[in-house]
Design a binder for this molecule. Structure first.
Ligand code: ASN
Length: 301
């Protein structure tokens, strides 16, 4: 019997809640500490694509609304070793993103960071988390998976890895879409060229011009799942990378002030909760993964 629309929504929200529960439980088991999200700050992630700045004035100072907590994650590791946050992000995307079915201008990501970690350790952690989520949903949310009509397969670890340049060579400019559509299991894109990502991703000393970072693509055409990597932590290198990017050092003054004596080396990633829900539930549009979806260009509640 076909479920009513409200039953489908209930099932999706139950599955999303289970995703959050598994993530938090698994990370706590591994000694991660959960932090509260930061919503307002003088600095936020500049991102590598254009978004309209979202600023408000508080007590005469200008604050950004968080696009990602990357800088706060690095700074938090001066005090703690392993952290995670369910972090609401606001990104006022250009209008060409309004019909992708994968963009919301307000969403949440599970953002995590580990002191002294390598990219490969973070990739393994992510693989373990995804497999654990899928196994748990298959077990705990049988009825709900039925209601959304999703047959979930458990991906094999380790996921396939392709360098950015190989992906580009094999599949052309639109490689993200092509790889996601062609593969039945998630695929990592690694070694992204320096100019394609933000200044905080660490340059590979053994492979200059490329980064120690990664993106994960969901299979079956669900597209990008996450980005992350090792970070630039030395004050001078961070400043150099900001200059290379053509950005203003003054825009990051309050972060740089604290990074003056260098930050701890670290790696981490952020995975979008609504996109993860979309993939797990097999939803054609991301709006179904939120009760209050913010679709670019639309007036939303
Ligand atoms: N959270 C991501 C990371 O950890 C950054 C982002 O969302 N732009 O690399």
């Amino acid at each position: 019997m076909k479920p009513r629309a409200s039953e489908k929504t209930q099932a999706i929200m139950k599955i999303q809640s289970e995703i959050r529960r598994v993530l938090a439980t698994e990370l706590r088991k591994r000694d991660f500490i959960e932090l509260s999200p930061v919503i307002l700050s003088p600095v936020t992630d500049p991102l590598n694509h254009p978004t309209a700045p979202m600023c408000i004035t508080c007590y005469g100072d200008t604050y950004n609304i968080t696009q990602s907590m990357i800088f706060h994650k690095q700074l938090a590791l001066r005090t703690l070793n392993k952290i995670f946050i369910f972090s609401p992000n606001v990104r006022i995307e250009p209008l060409d993103k309004k019909d992708t079915g994968r963009h919301l201008f307000e969403f949440s990501q599970l953002d995590l960071e580990v002191k002294g970690a390598t990219r490969e350790e973070m990739m393994s952690l992510c693989e373990e988390l995804l497999v654990t989520i899928i196994l748990s949903i298959k077990k705990q949310c049988k009825k709900e998976l039925n209601w959304v009509g999703r047959k979930l397969r458990v991906p094999k670890i380790p996921f396939k890895r392709i360098s950015y340049c190989d992906a580009h060579r094999q599949y052309g400019k639109n490689f993200e879409v092509m790889i996601s559509q062609k593969h039945p299991e998630p695929v990592w894109i690694i070694d992204i060229p320096l100019n394609k990502r933000e200044f905080y991703d660490r340059e590979d000393e053994k492979n200059p011009g490329y980064l120690r970072d990664m993106d994960l693509l969901y299979p079956e055409g669900y597209g990008e799942a996450l980005s992350g990597g090792e970070r630039e932590y030395s004050y001078n290198r961070i400043k150099k990378r900001i200059h290379q990017k053509g950005q203003k050092v003054s825009a990051f003054a309050s972060y740089l002030e604290l990074a003056k004596n260098d930050l701890p080396p670290s790696a981490g990633f952020g995975i979008g909760i609504e996109r993860l829900t979309q993939f797990i539930c097999g939803l054609s549009h991301i709006r179904e993964a939120s009760l209050f979806p913010k679709i670019p260009g639309k007036r939303c509640l």
